[in-house]
Write a protein that binds this ligand. Structure first.
Ligand SMILES: [Zn+2]
Length: 507
């Protein structure tokens, strides 16, 4: 007997239980692909084996965390089971100190003769249940859910994985709820929610369209839902450009259309707030404080400041040095946001000189003077670098990081850009990733880009999805959309699916 063979026999004897454990017969690769494509984001490691497991009301499920869960946390888990599968099996909660090593928000799932989940923490357990919801198939001849035997290991690559959502006057709150639920289902952990002329301010009721204010109680319920789903809501109020709270191309103005007496709060065209106006200063601070409280005092506050085309142009502002005026405006509102208890996030674009050759092909809307503001900014301001191009690696995030700031990369609707910005965030060890959606949150292409591709990119540091199985690559999101739709009580037709209507034009 050769020595090598002897060693192999010895190893087989010594590690027999391990070999048995890992030696389930792997499923056909096509079946593996078909199961993987229904998972979003895709797990870091997943193996599927021949044989199925039935999860029914009398099944036993073992869940472990490094530290014991409180009774309230156990109740949260049971509530999730009831929501996902309409019953609560026999759950055994256990402790495993070694789960500390599972990675950020990590978990493992073992489906064999029972389901066992090891979580890094409560969040890891909840992520595992989301993955299980995507894996399970409704039993054909039984009242339960059938799972392919599997072993899964997973964790988050980026810590801050956010989605930016706008509430336009056209947005239904059930649609917003669907976006929030889908983002959470896809393991995003932050959502920036920016009302566009619709927030019912009590401090300054003029700062919304009178006939388009959203229902305060219903919106508060959605804010509470965010926390329940583990996705922290971040308020956004721009303190400079976009002061119309309307898309610039529509020439609508949420305030001045009905309140021309407030003209002195804005620059001449009404697009930016006036940085020299004491009235603007007071109104903005009142609104920031009010909405921050409404959103439950989260750790971040987005104060916008993008596309401030007419900033500093009134007779009072234009006498001043624009670099100093802009820098002191940002420092002032950064201080104010800090005093509320949050870190400020700002869009990056006015901090880059559009004429600077380094930024050719990048979003850069400032000039040489506004760009000088960057070096004067308080370093605790987080810079949200929105780049909508197709670069394979983006250089602006590193530029802002080198200037001493935490940086969040923000893609839009270009799939390659989504992937490479997520990879840039990982490669350059940046603060996070924020998917923007704007007024394009409709249709299968955008839903796939904004939710499916984006969440996978943020979770897996820009690694593309593995091979897709179906001819129609958007089929998996169809299931996820009706799943989260079914979580919304009596979801209206228009809020279901990925588009408000099926027919928008009639001939
Ligand atoms: Zn001014």
């Amino acid at each position: 007997m050769s020595r090598l063979f002897q060693i192999l026999i010895l190893a087989a004897v010594l590690f027999y239980p391990v070999f048995i454990f890992a030696e389930g017969t792997p499923v056909d690769p096509k079946i593996k692909d078909a199961i993987l494509e229904r998972l979003c984001p895709q797990p870091k490691e997943a193996d599927f084996f021949e044989g199925e497991y039935l999860l029914a009301a009398d099944a036993r499920v073992a869940l472990t965390t490094p530290n014991p869960l409180s009774e309230a946390e156990k109740s949260q888990i049971k509530k999730i089971f009831r929501q996902y599968w309409k019953f609560v099996p026999d759950i055994e909660f256990g402790q495993k100190p070694e789960n500390e090593k599972l990675g950020n928000e990590g978990y493992t799932i073992d489906i064999d003769s029972a389901i066992t989940v090891d979580g890094r923490d409560l969040t890891g357990l909840k992520h595992a249940l989301k993955t299980l919801r995507q894996l399970g198939e409704s039993g054909r001849n039984s009242c339960g859910f059938v799972f392919q035997r599997a072993r899964i290991k997973d964790f988050a690559s980026l810590n801050f994985r956010g989605m930016h959502l706008c509430i336009f006057p056209e947005t239904k709150l059930e649609q917003l709820e669907k976006y929030i639920r889908l983002a959470s289902y896809y393991k995003f952990n932050y959502v920036v929610i920016e009302p566009w002329g619709v927030f019912p301010y009590m401090s300054h009721p003029q700062f919304a369209y009178a006939d388009k204010k959203i229902d305060r109680d219903k919106f508060k319920r959605l804010i509470n839902l965010c926390y329940e789903l583990g996705i922290t809501p971040i308020p956004q109020v721009s303190v400079l450009g976009h002061a119309t709270q309307s898309r610039v191309s529509t020439a609508k103005h949420a305030v001045l259309a009905n309140h021309p007496e407030m003209e002195n709060v804005f620059e001449l065209y009404g697009w930016s707030y006036c940085m020299s106006s004491p009235k603007a200063d007071k109104i903005l601070k009142d609104m920031l404080a009010e909405i921050y409280d409404f959103y439950g005092k989260p750790p971040f506050f987005h104060i916008g400041c993008d596309e401030a085309y007419d900033m500093g142009t009134c007779y009072s502002c234009r006498k001043q040095n624009i670099t100093e005026l802009f820098a002191s405006h940002l420092a002032k509102f950064n201080n104010f946001v800090n005093s509320l208890g949050a870190r400020a996030i700002i869009w990056h674009d006015m901090l880059l000189d559009h004429a600077d050759a380094r930024w050719k092909g990048y979003v850069a809307l400032g000039d040489a003077e506004t760009a000088k503001t960057l070096e004067k900014l308080p370093k605790n301001i987080i810079i949200a670098d929105w780049q909508y191009g197709k670069q394979t690696h983006f250089t602006t995030p590193k530029f802002f990081k080198d200037s001493g700031h935490d940086v969040i990369v923000c893609p839009w609707d270009v799939d390659n850009g989504i992937l490479s910005l997520a990879k840039t965030a990982s490669d350059d060890n940046l603060f996070g990733f924020l998917q923007t959606t704007w007024h394009h949150l409709y249709g299968r292409k955008n839903f796939m880009s904004f939710f499916f591709i984006s969440s996978n990119a943020a979770w897996n540091a820009g690694k593309p999805l593995k091979k897709r199985y179906s001819v129609r690559k958007d089929l998996p999101i169809l299931r996820h959309l009706w799943q989260v739709g079914s979580d919304i009580k009596d979801i209206p037709y228009e809020a279901n699916g990925n588009s408000e209507k099926q027919i928008s034009t009639s001939l």
